[in-house]
Design a protein around this ligand. Structure first.
Ligand SMILES: [Mn+2]
Length: 292
């Protein structure tokens, strides 16, 4: 049996024949706590080779859509902004081929580069981020392109930004929460309510870029992240939300960030790979899909 080293072990596919492109970005240049997220993409790809291709919740095999795995990006580390620009360039290339990009991180700062690329193609873009942290700092540890500043950079592009699941924020960021177009939903608020979508729908536009920082989930389910934070969310409730989200809104691309692959924690890596596969299916789904 031959299993290629691609996402889900799928046969290599040229970008022009794909509907979905996986872009792995091995970067953790500004990580402040546990380094190792640069090994996130390869751990996700490794774990994904053990996925079952039939998704029982979707009722079909998302792999049939044509998923290409692009070569892993090891960016130029001279300056953090160079990395963000490099990611923008790669994502633009995918979008120009009319392929749906899925970015695997890596630390969260690179989302700003991806969003820049999407914004040029989709002027009415909004960004939905699932994250334990608001990441609204103007600058951190000497750079504006730190992982702790990513939502601030996105907000500055004039893009409606929603951050949900937040349970860690520095007091100096509190005034920023009043910025028009920015909506931050505290983890506590989400814990109180089942229908998460009704809390955020109004801030989403016709084209939504979804960014998932794996620390949104509870460290009990996904401990191997760059910056773990107690009081997070579970697989089932989040999947319920993602199904609702993708039924009502058009997701134009997504990323899954901050897996600390350096810890080689198989349950976290496998969780991340299933999340990526499920989301590919949800975002690209066929018209009729059974639900269990
Ligand atoms: Mn985070």
């Amino acid at each position: 049996m031959e299993i290629p080293y691609t996402f889900a072990g799928l046969p290599a596919l040229p970008l022009k024949k794909a509907r979905v492109a996986i872009l792995p970005v091995a970067y953790d240049g500004t990580t402040s706590y546990q380094p190792g997220t640069r090994f996130g993409p390869q751990e996700i790809i490794l774990a994904s080779r053990f996925l079952e291709m039939y998704d029982e919740s979707l009722g079909f095999e998302p792999s049939e859509m044509g998923i290409a795995t692009l070569p892993e990006i090891w960016p130029n580390l001279s300056r953090p902004e160079t990395v963000v620009n490099e990611v923008e360039k790669y994502v633009t290339k995918i979008l120009k081929k009319r392929v749906f990009p899925v970015i695997l991180g890596g630390e969260h700062s690179i989302t700003a580069g991806a969003v820049k690329a999407f914004h040029k193609i989709y002027p009415k873009l909004s960004v939905l981020t699932l994250d334990a942290h608001a990441d609204l700092r103007e600058t951190y540890q000497g750079t504006k392109h730190n992982h702790a500043c990513v939502s601030r950079r996105i907000m500055e592009m004039g893009i409606p930004t929603t951050i949900m699941g937040v349970r860690c924020i520095p007091s100096e960021d509190l005034p920023v929460l009043k910025t028009p177009g920015l909506k931050v939903l505290w983890a506590e608020k989400l814990k109180e309510k089942k229908d998460w979508l009704s809390l955020i729908s109004a801030n989403l536009t016709e084209s939504v870029y979804l960014s998932i920082d794996l620390d949104f989930f509870d460290p009990a389910e996904v401990p191997a992240v760059g910056t773990p934070e107690p009081g997070g969310f579970g697989w089932s409730e989040t999947n319920h939300f993602l199904r609702q989200l993708t039924e009502k809104h058009r997701i134009v691309g997504f990323d899954v960030m901050e897996l600390n692959g350096g810890l080689h924690h198989a349950p976290s890596s496998y969780f991340a790979s299933r999340l990526v596969y499920r989301l590919i299916g949800l975002c690209q789904k066929k018209p009729q899909t059974p639900s269990i």
